[in-house]
Design a protein around this ligand. Structure first.
Ligand code: SF4
Length: 196
């Protein structure tokens, strides 16, 4: 896997301000759903959880972050019994005690698509969303006009990671990530580190 965050220490209090610009669309989408539904299913908990670990949250910060949302809909006791284990597991504190890394774009894109109707929000939006949904989502993120058209054209050609690179450029005007990275984003944590 890719290295973890670059020395930048991010705290959970900063995340609401940072996320819209510095989270890739996949993570922003899951993070938004977490705050709307106060819950995420397993696939999204894995993807977002390991990403948050990758940007530098400690296990205590991760537990606090998830707990704050989940306990809006369930008792703390249930959270501790059913969900805390997996967060600690991601940090190598349970089970196989392995220091798990966040998934790459390749792995996310090649995994079975999420079913949003069944409240599954993991996966890559450039791959999973239909065109109308993606266009609306881009508009919501203030990515419009030629940028949006370029992204949708790349998605039609199944170049999801190039589409994500263009999305990065649109959110970070003046950067030329697509040219430098020879085609696109390879890892959600790469997106975050480039942004920071
Ligand atoms: Fe996330 Fe990678 Fe898809 Fe970008 S290309 S939205 S970082 S999975």
């Amino acid at each position: 896997g890719r290295p973890t965050a670059n020395g930048n220490k991010v705290s959970i209090g900063e995340l609401p301000a940072i996320a819209p610009r510095s989270f890739p669309l996949c993570m922003h989408n899951m993070n938004t759903k977490l705050h709307e539904a106060h819950h995420l299913k397993h696939g999204a908990r894995q993807q977002l959880g390991l990403f948050l670990k990758g940007i530098g949250l400690s296990v205590e910060e991760s537990l606090a972050y998830w707990r704050a949302q989940f306990t809006k809909k369930m008792p703390a006791d249930k959270f501790n019994k059913e969900y805390a284990y997996n967060i600690r597991y991601n940090y190598g504190l349970e089970g196989k005690r392995q220091d798990w890394s966040a998934f790459s774009c390749g792995k996310i894109i090649n995994s079975p698509g999420a079913n949003a109707a069944a409240a599954e929000h993991h996966g890559c939006p450039f791959r999973n969303f239909d065109e109308a949904q993606l266009r609306a989502q881009l508009q919501l993120m203030q990515v419009t006009g030629a940028d949006s058209n370029f992204i949708l054209e790349k998605v039609r050609g199944h170049h999801y990671q190039v589409a994500c690179g263009k999305y990065f450029e649109a959110k970070h005007k003046g950067t030329t990530l697509i040219e430098r990275e020879l085609g696109g984003i390879e890892h959600p944590n790469q997106y975050f580190e480039e942004s920071m």
